[in-house]
Design a protein. Structure first.
Lengths: 121, 306
């Protein structure tokens, strides 16, 4: 397996990603809702009942696991979207007709979305 | 260059390609004709190692299509223009070609030179930095052809490259195929367009799950039972019809003062026919030979297979 071929595929995916606003918004909005929206909602509900802010910290910590879920969910769902996208846009057939192995394609797609997820989280 | 021997592909119980045996020579433009669902695209997909064969053999430049290690070598030799262009619409024309150049391990210099040459040849150089999503169908088709040629392949598979194109774009693509023909590229052309096949292809195969006919356009047109002699007479009478019936000629029909006779070899049969008519007292006003067109042969074969 060529070492730089997956990076070529990942590089192309990065370029496409940067230009697809719907994907960028999805990657920003979902973590933002979990990181800011939900804690803000909890904070509002609790302070409404007159609870001290210091007593709220365990509740905020409860959201930590959501970030782990995001970190595992987004790259897999986005990578699968990437394959489905290639299939839908009919670009998979010409790609598979090139001398690139299936492993190189899989690795390239994974690199793109793992790096992308890392930046978002 | 391309050899298949009894190549068969089934999807479940349905046989899509049945026992296809053909040979395409190096530098030849081979046209593959057939109605929708005839198995043309499936054949191309098998030959491009995109799907596996059910049985039979296929070799490209002596590499075995069914062999996993050979399939990568085959993919380096071939270029594919699929029926759906499959370009990245969020990338520019240049970026699309550059990406494929990298996948074929072309150096930076080679990629730059090839892209400039191909985009200029296809009249797309001015649009090299435009997003492909903004391109017309014809421009996308031309770009897909450029993509297939980015690594200067020896064999080019084209699946209906002029389908859905306006006449001007279709002509540009056809002219480009003729340029490739001059450059001695082996081209495997799937098409519905009989006129296109007749003008471009060295040989034509007609497929309807099975290979129905194979030969040069001229050979197919001159296939037996394909010619008719039409004779206009001042008047037709029983003496003329009786005289013609004595000759060993094909099916004869008369309509008003016109006789239509099926002939195998017009040069040999027509003088005898005219002599018989004249000796029976007939006056020949005109005589013409109608050859079967490729369309006639195609329709006849496809209808027979149904």
């Amino acid at each position: 397996m060529s070492t730089w071929m997956p990076w070529t595929i990942a590089g192309k995916d990065f370029k496409v990603l940067k230009r697809k606003r719907t994907i960028i918004y999805t990657l920003i909005v979902f973590p933002l809702v979990l990181a800011v929206g939900l804690p803000a909602l909890v904070w509002l509900l609790i302070t409404k009942d007159g609870v001290q802010t210091g007593n709220m910290l365990p509740y905020f910590n409860a959201f930590d696991f959501l970030f782990i879920i995001i970190a595992s969910l987004i790259p897999t769902s986005m990578a699968s979207y990437n394959f489905v996208g290639e299939k839908v846009e009919k670009s998979l057939e010409p790609l598979l007709a090139t001398p690139v192995t299936d492993n190189e394609i899989l690795l390239g797609k994974s690199i793109a979305w793992i790096c992308c997820n890392h930046r978002c989280t | 260059m391309i050899d298949t021997d009894n190549l068969t592909r089934k999807f479940g119980d349905v046989t899509v390609v049945d026992g296809l045996t053909l040979h395409v020579n190096e530098g030849e433009v081979f046209g593959f004709l057939g109605p929708n669902g005839a198995g043309k695209t499936t054949t191309v997909r098998m030959l491009c190692c995109l799907i596996s064969k059910t049985s039979g053999e296929a070799r490209i430049a002596n590499y075995d299509v069914g062999n996993a290690s050979d399939s990568l070598k085959i993919r380096r030799l071939i270029g594919l223009v699929p029926d759906n262009v499959g370009l990245y619409e969020d990338l520019t024309a240049y970026e699309n070609l550059d990406y494929y150049g990298k996948l074929y391990k072309r150096t930076s210099k080679q990629r730059m030179d090839s892209i400039e040459y191909l985009l200029n040849l296809l009249g797309l150089w001015e649009n090299k930095d435009a997003m492909v999503g903004m391109f017309s169908k014809g421009m996308k088709q031309k770009l897909a052809i450029a993509r297939a040629l980015i690594h200067d392949p020896e064999i080019l598979f084209m699946d209906e490259p002029t389908a859905n194109l306006d006449p001007e774009s279709a002509k540009t693509v056809r002219d480009f195929i003729l340029e490739m023909k001059k450059a001695k590229k082996t081209i495997f052309l799937n098409t519905h367009n009989l006129d296109e096949a007749q003008r471009i292809c060295d040989r034509i195969g007609i497929l309807k799950t099975k290979l129905m006919a194979l030969g040069t356009p001229a050979q197919l047109e001159q296939s037996a039972s394909g010619r008719k002699t039409v004779i206009e007479l001042r008047a037709i009478n029983d003496a003329i019809l009786d005289a013609l019936k004595k000759l060993t000629i094909g099916k004869m029909t008369s309509d008003d003062n016109r006789l239509t006779i099926d002939v195998v070899n017009p040069k040999e049969e027509n003088p005898a026919i005219v002599r018989a008519i004249v000796e029976a007292g007939g006056d020949v006003e005109s005589l013409s030979v109608l050859s079967s067109t490729l369309e006639d042969i195609y329709l006849k074969l496809v209808r027979e297979s149904q």
